[in-house]
Design a protein around this ligand. Structure first.
Ligand code: AKB
Length: 310
């Protein structure tokens, strides 16, 4: 039997970096090829890859005999608004190239990261069900909702084993995320550690679904390892862990740093956050492939403060 050979695009990003490391623990360093648009001479299994270069992507998949692709290259909700065409190209054209190559080169499985940004004002905000109208308000959300539809299309039309998760905001210490609306929930830790006043770009009571990086990575690997017949949803699975407001995470951090201060100066990202949901119902993920989160707000804040390096 051929060994599993994995390709990760966007491997230098917030999720890509940690996912690549974890996949390498499971499958071995040389079975997980990291790719991104910066050179990385320190990584022994790394290729420069612009996901818009379909020719090069095909060459890499063939040369390395790739069997699984995790397509993490993307522009996020806030940065995407500055360049809608580029966001569409990277998030969607990169993805359709992978789906086409999955068909042509008979890849075993492909993973598409979706997001809570696929939701919009037509979506119930509390306990958002799996199957709801998707009418996103950002180009990022539009590209991800369309990407999910492609997941479903390529699965039912060509039998591609495509799997996808709707990630909430991800909190991690391994890298500083850029361009997202949920990034405040990472920035706030750096401010607390540096003893600085944190200027929050969302209102204090903006509740959003969030998740600690350890849970997000485990969810991704568990989804991809689940038997194909247990994957009943070929669009993005709702995936939940915790939901909190800026004020709630601030108060939790203040149990460690009682003098820490926050001020609220909402900017254009408030409008984006207000169009998303507050709490997600992820019972289908829990039922179909056994998803369970491990980190609540307290555990996540403890772990962040222990690990974050400034
Ligand atoms: C963003 O804020 O754009 C992302 C997301 C929720 O997908 N973190």
């Amino acid at each position: 039997m051929q060994e599993k050979k994995i390709l990760v695009t966007g491997a230098n990003g917030q999720i890509g970096k940690v996912l690549t490391e974890e996949l390498r623990k499971v499958y071995g360093i040389y079975n997980v090829l990291a790719t991104d648009i910066q050179r990385n001479l320190d990584d022994p299994c790394y290729e420069f890859l612009d996901v818009l270069n379909q020719y090069r992507m095909k060459e890499i998949i063939s040369d390395y005999q790739i069997s699984e692709v995790y397509h993490l290259a993307a522009l996020l909700s806030a940065s995407g608004e500055y360049n809608p065409v580029k966001t569409w190209n990277i998030n969607l054209n990169g993805w359709i190239s992978i789906l086409e190559l999955a068909k042509e080169l008979k890849l075993e499985k492909v993973f598409f990261p979706s997001t809570i940004a696929v939701f919009g004002k037509t979506t119930p905000r509390d306990f958002t069900p799996q199957h709801v109208p998707l009418q996103p308000e950002t180009i990022y959300g539009v590209s991800k909702a369309t990407g999910e539809m492609l997941c479903h299309y390529y699965h039912q039309k060509y039998g591609i084993d495509v799997r996808s998760l709707r990630y909430p905001g991800i909190i991690s210490y391994q890298s500083i995320p850029v361009g997202g609306t949920t990034d405040y929930a990472v920035e706030i830790f750096y401010a607390a550690k540096k003893n600085e006043v944190y200027k929050c770009f969302l209102e204090k009571d903006t509740r959003l679904p969030m998740m600690y990086i350890n849970d997000a990575i485990r969810a991704t690997i568990e989804l991809m390892q689940a038997p194909s017949e247990s994957i009943k949803c070929r669009m993005g699975y709702n995936l939940a862990a915790i939901s909190f407001t800026p004020e709630e995470i601030y108060e939790e951090i203040r149990t460690h740093y009682p003098d820490f201060k926050i001020i609220y100066e909402p900017d254009f990202r408030q409008k984006i956050a207000s169009s998303w949901t507050e709490v997600i119902d992820d019972q289908e993920a829990r039922k179909d492939w056994g998803w369970q989160h491990a980190f609540d707000l307290k555990a996540m804040v403890n772990d962040m403060l222990e690990n974050i390096a400034i």
